[in-house]
Design a binder for this molecule. Structure first.
Ligand SMILES: CC(C)(COP(=O)(O)OP(=O)(O)OC[C@H]1O[C@@H](n2cnc3c(N)ncnc32)[C@H](O)[C@@H]1OP(=O)(O)O)[C@@H](O)C(=O)NCCC(=O)NCCS
Length: 215
């Protein structure tokens, strides 16, 4: 049976490990984490730091990145794929995902999520607990939709954008890359790259440079 290492043993990593366990595809799961004080988390060994993944490649052919920073997560996934590791897609068994969706490697879909028909989800995305994505949406790489987010149909979300907990996005909307939608916001119009929006309806509150977002 194959073996899986998870990069990042924080809160997100612990949820990811439980999903991988429920999928039953790996006979051994371990963490890598930069906190060198950790030796074990929830019964899973912490065997090294994030940069150590190549040293363990022969034993652990599968690797999943469970770090919150959207841009760094995608960069790490791309590096690992280039170096020959297999980056799986992790899907909690209690989700409802149309067979006509495409979900790329390094993405995790958590408990209670619903993804409707013909939606495409990029690499390294997080579809968090009890969120929903309706039909014909496109998420670029590294998008994170937090718990309880609802996305209407035919909506596009750009690379590394973070939609915070409980926000809603109307149908036929385009949200740019590297943006943040604040908790509880209701997005009704297109949102450009590199901004933070908040409120009902959502308005621009901040303009960013090329920063990295993540919980
Ligand atoms: C968006 C967020 C990350 C804060 O971003 P920030 O860049 O630190 O924002 P600031 O706190 O500097 O606030 C900037 C402005 O936006 C407003 N704002 C921030 N969050 C807001 C929200 N959720 N709703 C309404 N207004 C909000 C602030 O009041 C402030 O307004 P002002 O300039 O008129 O005073 C945070 O508010 C948020 O939504 N966190 C939720 C995180 C989450 O979903 N975690 C789950 C992870 S799984």
């Amino acid at each position: 049976m194959p073996k899986l290492m998870i990069l990042g043993a924080g809160g997100h990593g612990k949820v990811v490990a439980e999903i991988a366990e429920l999928m039953g595809r790996w006979d051994e799961i371990v963490f890598l984490d930069d906190n060198q004080k950790l030796s074990e988390v929830n019964g899973y060994k912490v065997i090294g730091t994030l940069n150590d993944y190549m040293a363990y490649k022969d034993r652990y052919q599968y690797a999943f990145v469970a770090i919150g920073n959207n841009k760094s997560r995608v960069e790490l996934i791309d590096n690992m794929i280039r170096k020959g590791l297999v980056v799986p897609t992790l899907i909690h068994p209690f989700t409802a995902i149309s067979a006509n969706c495409k979900i790329q490697e390094g993405t995790v879909v958590m408990a209670g999520a619903v993804i409707n028909t013909n939606t495409i989800i990029g690499k390294g995305c997080i579809v968090n607990t009890c969120s929903s994505i309706d039909h014909d949406c496109v998420f670029e790489d590294g998008v994170h939709i937090s718990p309880g987010v609802h996305i209407g149909g035919t909506t596009n979300i750009g690379k590394a954008t973070w939609v915070c907990v409980g926000a809603s996005v109307a149908n036929n909307v385009a949200i740019g890359k590297n943006a943040v939608v604040a908790a509880g916001a209701v997005v009704t119009k297109n949102i450009p790259d590199n901004v933070m929006v908040a409120g009902v309806p959502a308005v621009i509150k901040k303009q960013f440079g090329d920063v990295n977002h993540g919980s």
